[in-house]
Design a binder for this molecule. Structure first.
Ligand SMILES: Cc1cc2nc3c(=O)[nH]c(=O)nc-3n(C[C@H](O)[C@H](O)[C@H](O)COP(=O)(O)OP(=O)(O)OC[C@H]3O[C@@H](n4cnc5c(N)ncnc54)[C@H](O)[C@@H]3O)c2cc1C
Length: 414
């Protein structure tokens, strides 16, 4: 693979940009692979990437029923933070955040990581107490956050109305090295690196069945024919229950639509990410100038990629309270993704009852930020059978009552 560099751009500018290679290959499927990953979202691609990079396993195929990054990875609002309360969560999200710091260099692909700072507004006394507690927990976990007062909030984000009509801003949990990254670029950069290691990324290849010999996986049925494998990683977010059903086990997962919207582009007016959980709305400004606005999850299970209309109204109403200048903006577009929710709002990275089948799901409304950490841990689990980052998130926790309750950190915020 030719490396991207300032020199390469100059060379191609002179040659009329005719010398660029395809970023990833488009091969025909082999009969079998050592490892098959189902789902070419960020988590599936990161798993493949770290299988190759950290464990030298490169006879790998990533099977995608649509186009890579076309699921939630290409539909999210790109917030990256690691200010979670429980130790196992802080560990995996902070691992991911720290990997994001150098991901562009590691992949030789600009993922546009922008550590502009994330603030979660405290708008009730209960939230003030909760966020102070999280700041103390983060200090013990080695995650850099601080609790800040309303004056500092206003200084960091001048367009906020501090004395909101229903809920004044009392303070915020501030993570200065949280931020955003370009979601498509994360998927494309990982895909390019996987392809460069000789892995196969097979798009338009839906898995329709899981082939077993007794309790062991031996391959999958796909729309491009049967393919054999020794190990199977299921990394399909909102379709996890469907794939688990094919393999013959059940998951404690519900699928619901979560939606987002963007405004028309405007001049730069906000250079931090703000989340307001009490009124439920969160916002950042993209490099194109659009205000990127996250909405709520539907209150009922579904597999639509739209979301319901009343959420748009609720979200915009909440944000106008906090940012009155938004009332004069037009909405440009709105979309949804199918998110996979567990009862404790924490992910599942685990072996399964079928030998050789591993599952990575349950990232729900907040898994974009976790992509590199999740891939790192899942690859370790698949290659070695155990991973300190993944082990607390095993399926066994639901049987044993070892819940990792992140309903405050992840149930609403993303
Ligand atoms: C509106 C919205 C806003 C969000 N905002 C944030 C945010 O700000 N910050 C954050 O951290 N997270 C956010 N998230 C969550 C985040 O997007 C997800 O947790 C993350 O992208 C999940 O990645 P994934 O790789 O697991 O899933 P996906 O990207 O959905 O990838 C799964 C892939 O599996 C494929 N697949 C499914 N079934 C099959 C099959 N049978 N065969 C082959 N392939 C199959 C799908 O086509 C899909 O491409 C948001 C999500 C949404 C929807």
């Amino acid at each position: 693979m030719k490396r991207y560099s300032a020199f390469a751009i100059a060379r191609e500018a002179i040659r009329g940009h005719l010398g660029w290679e395809r970023a990833w290959a488009n091969p025909e499927p082999r009969e079998r692979y050592d490892v098959i990953i189902v789902g070419a979202g960020g988590h599936g691609l990161a798993t493949a990437y770290y299988l190759g990079k950290n464990h030298g396993i490169t006879n790998v195929a990533v099977l995608e029923k649509g186009w890579l990054g076309g699921g939630n990875t290409g539909r999210n609002t790109t917030i990256i933070r690691s200010n979670y309360l429980q130790d196992p969560s802080a560990a995996i999200y902070e691992k991911a955040r720290s990997l994001y710091e150098t991901l562009s260099q590691d992949l030789n692909y600009n993922v546009m990581f922008s550590p502009r700072g994330v603030m979660m507004l405290a708008q009730t006394e209960h939230e003030v107490r909760g966020y102070k507690r999280t700041a103390h927990a983060n200090a013990l976990q080695g995650v850099s956050t601080e609790y800040i007062g309303p004056e500092r909030v206003k200084e960091l984000c001048p367009i906020i109305r501090i004395e909101g009509p229903r809920y004044p801003v009392l303070g915020a949990l501030w993570q200065p090295r949280g931020g955003t990254a370009r979601h498509d670029a994360v998927a494309w950069g990982l895909a390019r690196a996987c392809s460069d290691m000789g892995m196969h990324i097979l798009q338009k290849c839906a898995v329709t069945g899981v082939r077993r010999a007794g309790d062991r996986v031996v391959g999958v049925e796909t729309t491009r024919g049967p393919i054999g494998c020794d190990k199977l990683g299921v990394v399909v977010a909102g379709h996890s229950g469907v794939l688990a059903d094919m393999a013959g086990f059940r998951l404690p997962i519900e699928s619901v639509a979560l939606q987002a919207l963007v405004s028309e582009p405007i001049k730069p007016c906000m250079d931090v990410v703000v989340m307001a959980n009490t009124v439920h709305g969160y916002m950042s400004q993209s490099d194109k100038g659009e205000m990127v606005i996250g909405g709520g999850a539907d209150g009922y299970n579904n597999y639509t990629q739209r979301g319901s209309f009343h959420h748009i109204e609720e979200t915009v109403r909440a944000l106008i309270e906090t940012f009155p200048m938004l009332s004069r903006l037009k909405m440009l577009r709105q979309w949804g993704g199918i998110v996979d929710m567990t009862g404790d709002r924490s992910p599942i990275l685990s072996k399964t009852p079928v030998e050789g089948v591993f599952i990575n799901c349950g990232w729900g409304t907040g898994g974009f930020k976790a992509i590199p950490g999740s891939g790192w841990a899942m690859a370790e689990l698949m290659a070695t059978g155990a991973s300190p980052l993944a082990d607390p998130f095993s399926l066994g926790r639901f049987r044993e009552g070892r819940f990792i309750d992140e309903s405050v950190a992840a149930g609403v915020a993303h």
